[in-house]
Write a protein that binds this ligand. Structure first.
Ligand code: ASP
Length: 345
């Protein structure tokens, strides 16, 4: 990626940003990206796969909710470390999946700690559309899925997941690892939250979209932190943490250390900031700043990133440490384009 392609990284912007960091001044001027709508935005460069599944629906005038569900299903079908049944397990060797979906009118559904079901995002949508509830978890979520025709898969680890889990067991370091992507050696930070080897991996998939009518929707799907304690649930299925959507303000999704995102009601914070008039990038920066402020020295060792889409079709993102990317697909970028978010450190 060329330097000029990085969102908001301009010769004029860098001194402003540095000054803001040094003096804890308010966020620098908005550098969010204004795009043509309909548009779909996903976390990470692997989000291109999700966007490619969503775009045919959006480009034909379809509903953003259908588009984001298609995005989630495409990610769940991909072999990857961090989404779907082929992903890395918890520390007991079981893959447990979290997902949520939300429409701009406030309708939402979610599943957490779901095992042996291939498409958690579609189960989340069923919860939203056919029950009075928002979140089903564990055995109950699985029983609900089966009752609604979702096949029960065999529960075996993928060969890659089995290899990684065994490798991890050898170290006997019972520390959960955030499945952060783009972890090139150059960005290496010694931290229990990152993979050690810098190998390119896939991450939690968060997708937000605006359809041709201006309606917003979003979804998140993930296996959560690799080698987590059994039963752990992160931000991804929590409405207002991993995802929040409101047609009157905007949509936001997150990736990174879910516990930190939950503590600050991350995406709700981002959307509320946009409602108060902040640009998507400023709104994401505000949420990141709240995580950093809680514990600045710990924050340097972890990643939390937010990406947001305002009701006026502006996109912005911000992360704690460098490396958080997001993918945008619309009529200007029909094959998708990857942007690097600005970061606090
Ligand atoms: N946010 C996810 C979780 O905490 C993990 C990730 O995005 O890497 O489960």
């Amino acid at each position: 990626m060329k330097r000029r392609d990085f969102l908001g990284i301009t010769a004029a912007g860098i001194p402003l940003l540095l000054a803001a960091k040094a003096n804890s001044q308010p966020a620098p001027a908005a550098t969010s990206l204004r795009v043509k709508t309909p548009v779909v935005v996903s976390t990470w460069d692997s989000g291109i796969t999700a966007n490619i599944a969503a775009w045919p629906i959006l480009s034909k005038g379809g509903h953003a909710l259908d588009a984001v569900e298609a995005a989630g299903r495409a990610s769940e079908d991909e072999p990857s470390c961090c989404v779907g049944l082929a992903a890395w397990p918890d520390r007991d060797g079981k893959v447990t999946l979290d997902s949520c979906i939300m429409d701009g009118n406030g309708d939402c559904g979610a599943v957490s700690f779901l095992e042996r079901i291939k498409h958690p995002v579609s189960v989340a949508r069923k919860v939203m559309e056919t029950t009075p509830h928002v979140l089903l978890s564990g055995e109950g979520a699985q029983a609900f899925a089966i009752a609604n025709g979702f096949p029960l898969e065999d529960g075996k680890l993928s060969p890659d997941a089995e290899k990684e889990w065994k490798k991890w067991l050898e170290k006997s370091k019972y520390q959960p690892i955030v499945n952060v992507e783009n972890r090139k050696p150059a960005m290496a930070i010694a931290s229990p939250y990152f993979f050690d080897d810098g190998s390119p991996n896939h991450d939690t998939m968060g997708t937000i979209a605006m359809d041709a009518k201006g309606g917003l929707s979003g979804m998140v799907t993930t296996s959560g932190m690799a080698f987590k304690i059994r039963g752990r649930v992160g931000d991804s299925p929590i409405i207002g943490a991993g995802l929040f959507v409101d047609n009157e303000a905007g949509a936001a999704t997150s990736s990174g250390v879910g516990e930190e995102v939950i503590r600050i009601c991350g995406t709700h914070t981002v959307v509320e900031q946009m409602r108060m008039g902040r640009s998507p990038e400023q709104a994401c920066r505000e949420a990141v700043g709240r995580v950093v402020k809680r514990n600045p020295s710990k924050a340097k060792e972890m990643q939390v990133g937010f990406v947001a889409l305002s009701k006026t079709g502006e996109i912005g993102a911000f992360s704690i440490v460098k490396g958080f990317t997001f993918s945008v697909t619309n009529s200007e970028f029909p094959k998708g384009k990857v942007f690097l978010a600005k970061s606090w450190f």
